[in-house]
Every structure is written in C-alpha cells, then in structure tokens.
Write a protein that binds this ligand. Structure first.
Ligand code: 6PG
Length: 480
C-alpha cells in the first residue's frame, strides 16, 4: 500500500491521459496511474525517470483508488461514450462522499448532463471538462473548460491552474457553468476549429489551383501572415505542414497526403446543436460538410471524369502582392464571421440550458493552449468584456469596422473562386451569413407565403397585428 497518497488519479493512459499525468507530476503533484492495460501505468513511470517520484502505477482499479488522498480526485481520459459509463460504474462503488470524478474526454455534453444528473444526491461529484491543445497541450499546458458544481471548482482550481496553459501569466482554465457547460464549450471550440481549418484550406486551394504556387511558396505566405492579424497556432502549423518534405521522395509531404479528412465527431456535434438551437452556424456547417465531401473520394474521382470538359477559368487570381494581400484580408474577415457564429451558438445554449456562459472568460482561456489559440481572441475578450456589448460579435463597433473594411476582399475572393471553379464552401458561407445578417428585408416572406399556401401554416404581416391564413384562390382551384 502506498505510504504516499496521490493528489490526483489519472485513469486512461492513452496519449492525452498520459500527457496530462506527466503534466500534473511535472507540476509537483503525486499522480496515481491506472489503465485497463495495466502495464501501461508502469511503462509510463519507467519511461519518465525524471518524474518517477511523482508517479504511482497501480495494477488494479481498487489499488488505484486506495492510493488517492481523500477526498479523492480522479481524472478519466477514456474514449467518449460507453467506455466512460463502464468506468463510472466501477468507480461509483469504490468512492465515498466528497470524491470527484472528472471526465476530461471529448464527450457529448448531452451525456455529461445526464451523468451529472445521475450523480446528483450520491455525494460523489461528476465534472465534465473540455481539454484542448492536443498532445503537446496536454503535456505542457492545455486550455481547460470546466463544467459542473461551482463549489467543486474551488477544490479543482489549485490542481488545474498549475497544469493549464498561461497567457501572460493568466491560467487558461475556468469554470464555465453547471453540468455540461464545459463539454459544450469544448464542442463549439471544435466547431470553430473545423471552420478555421477549412477556411485556411480554401485559401490554400486558391493559391495552389488558382494562382499555381507550389507548397513551399504557399508555406512562406502563411508564415508571413502569421506575423500579423492572422497570427495563430493553426496558421503557424499550416506553414509548417506546407513546408515539410517527404524524406522518401523529397517532394512536399502535403502533396502526397490523401485528401480525405477524418473527423472524430466533435465538430459535427457543434453544428447539430446549432441546428437544435435554431442558430445559423453556416460556416461551421460548411466545414463539417467539406470533411464529409472529402471522404467521398471515389465519387469525386468519377465526377471529375464526367465533368472533365468543364475547364475552370484559372488565372483569375493575381499572384502579386495586392492579390495575396486580398487573400489575407478575406481570410481575416471570414474568421471573424466564423467565430461570431460559434459565439452565437454558445449564447443560445447559455439561455437554453441556464448556464450564463461567461463569453469574455471563454475567449480569455482560449488565448493559449487550445487549437484555436490566436492573437484574435484578445480582441474577442475585449469585445465581450465591454459592458456595453450584448449579442452578435459582428454588432460590436470594433468588429463591425473590421468586417466593413474586409468584406470587399472576402467578396472579391469568393467571386473569383466561384468563377474559377474552386470550391470555397466555408468562405462563401461566411460571406452569405454576413450579407444575410445585414439585410433588413430578407426573403422569408415568400417562404411564409409558400408554407401558408400548401400547409395553412399562417404568417404575420407588416401592416396589421395577428397571424393570418390567406384563402389562396388558385390553391382552392387546384384542390377541386
Ligand atoms: C483539441 C482538438 C482535439 C480534436 C482531436 C480530434 O482541442 O485538442 O480539438 O480534441 O478533437 O484532435 O479531432 P477531429 O475532430 O478533427 O477528429
């Protein structure tokens, strides 16, 4: 039996779990380790001699639990879904009042809400926590989005702040709201991540297929953009991915990678929830759809033969400094619109689930550690910290001015891409969202007329109160 009781236990030693365990140990905490394949715990300890004094490997879950200081804190890092429920069922019988179980995986927040409810009244506290930053983030400082009982946050804070990423010394971890709030915000983070990655890929398509630049030339362009307003982790790694050569052939590695994007599901969940909330997150939706389209590789190959005769009008993109600057401005503008959509989804969920999500705080903890970390989030934090601002980010004066200025570039780039036959679903969705948002008189009046014609679904009118159903003469004639 361990004489030393561990401060925290990590159950599930896959990449993220192992890295978080090392992060805790590196920050001076004693860490109990357990994995279904028990040898992994000892292996992690053996592979990290510099931290071995802080790592306590256990061969059974019972010894793992017994090795924890009380009240216990256990961090679960297992695959989302049934694996979480399996572990919760085992742990529930081993834990006591006051103990905490944290699910730190990419879990569907609906599951977290249900699990939270199941633990209500048991004395054991269940916490859903989003962790962003990938392997390196988990090891050296992720962005952490905590949900659950606010009283538990005071107990977790001393454990989580030291291991979190820091932005100018500010720990990128916060309690965001009860039950599923932490996992929901992580899910929207991933929806924004998908949109950001897709829009970058669309600019890459224009430079590759429209302008005709090779990967190393495009890498240099993204590198230069990383020095200015677009400075972010995703732009930084885009330049790195484009600059990398394949050792076996010497060719740009990116040119040899199969163009089929994977998706574990979190981005998709964000747009499903947006739809359920009635929020148009069109750029996030376009990014998820683009991944699904990319997976239809055989179908695309067949279609490319069928439509081979359709010569896209290339060369419509200037390759000079002005043309490249226009692409930069277009991407920056579309990024603002995509993030505004993500925040609209969170704002709607905040009301729906009674979370009162702290929008400025979310931007604050996204400034470092997470995949969408960027200079830009400082501006969002300032906008939502502005007491005078409520509602859509695009209605904030600072962002309205930026989009007002950049929308011409986005419009020009989308128009040229469409003319050149280069698909830009996310960039064009961002532009359409902006144009729809700023249009005081839309076209849903016709949709309401259509709905009333075939379904008597009624409509409201500009010049009179109440709801109306019209006696459509032709409809009646047709019905005869
Ligand atoms: C993060 C990432 C990460 C992501 C996985 C799978 O915030 O660290 O978003 O959690 O979900 O890398 O990504 P895909 O959804 O693209 O498969």
């Amino acid at each position: 039996m361990d004489k030393v009781k561990s401060d925290i236990g990590v159950l599930g030693l896959g990449v993220m779990g192992a890295m978080l365990a090392l992060n805790f140990a590196g920050n001076g905490f004693n860490v109990a380790l357990f994995n279904r394949t028990a040898s992994k715990a000892q292996q992690l300890k053996d592979d990290n001699p510099d931290l071995t004094q802080r790592l306590f490997a256990h061969e059974t879950v019972e010894r793992f639990v017994a090795g924890l200081a009380r009240p216990r804190v256990i961090l679960l890092m297992v695959n989302a879904g049934s694996a979480v429920d399996e572990q919760l069922a085992v742990l529930r019988d081993l834990l006591d009042e006051g103990d905490i179980i944290i699910d730190a995986g990419n879990t569907d927040f609906n599951d977290t809400r249900a699990r939270n409810a199941r633990f209500d009244g048991t004395g054991i506290h269940f916490v859903g926590m989003g962790v962003s930053g990938g392997e390196q983030g988990a090891r050296h400082g992720p962005s952490i989005m905590v949900g659950g009982d606010p009283a538990i946050w005071t107990r977790l804070r001393p454990l989580l702040e030291p291991i979190s990423a820091k932005y100018n010394g500010s720990p990128c971890v916060a309690w965001l709201g009860r039950d599923g709030a932490g996992h929901f915000v992580k899910t929207v983070h991933n929806g924004i991540e998908y949109a950001d990655m897709q829009m970058i890929a669309e600019i890459y398509a224009i430079l590759r297929d429209g302008v005709g630049f090779d990967a190393s030339r495009i890498a240099r362009i993204f590198e230069s953009w990383n020095q200015r307003g677009l400075s972010s982790y995703l732009i930084e790694i885009t330049a790195a991915v484009l600059a990398e050569s394949d050792a076996a052939t010497g060719k740009p590695l990116v040119d040899l990678i199969v163009d089929e994007a994977g998706q574990k599901g979190t981005g998709r969940w964000s747009v499903i929830e947006a739809q359920k909330l009635g929020v148009g997150a069109t750029t996030l939706e376009a990014a998820v759809a683009a991944r699904s389209m990319s997976a239809q590789r055989e179908e695309r190959a067949r279609a490319s033969e069928i439509y081979a005769g359709l010569q896209a009008v290339n060369g419509r993109f200037a390759s000079d400094g002005e043309g490249i600057a226009e692409l930069e401005a277009a991407l920056e503008t579309a990024k603002i619109i995509a993030y505004a959509q993500g925040y609209e989804v969170m704002a709607a969920a905040s009301v729906e689930f009674g979370w009162d999500l702290p929008m400025a705080e979310i931007a604050r903890i996204w400034r470092a550690g997470c995949i969408i970390r960027s200079v830009f989030l400082q501006d969002i934090m300032a906008a939502y910290g502005d007491a005078g601002h409520q509602g859509n980010l695009l209605a904030h004066p600072a962002f309205a001015a930026r989009v007002q200025k950049g929308q011409a570039a986005l419009r020009s780039v989308v128009a040229r891409a469409v003319t050149a036959g280069i698909p830009v679903p996310a960039l064009s969705a961002a532009l359409a969202y902006f144009d729809d948002l700023r249009r005081a008189r839309g076209v849903a009046n016709l949709v309401q007329g259509q709905r009333d014609y075939f379904g008597a679904h009624t409509f409201r009118m500009l010049d009179r109160d109440g709801v109306h159903h019209h006696q459509w003469a032709s409809a009646e004639a047709e019905a005869v």
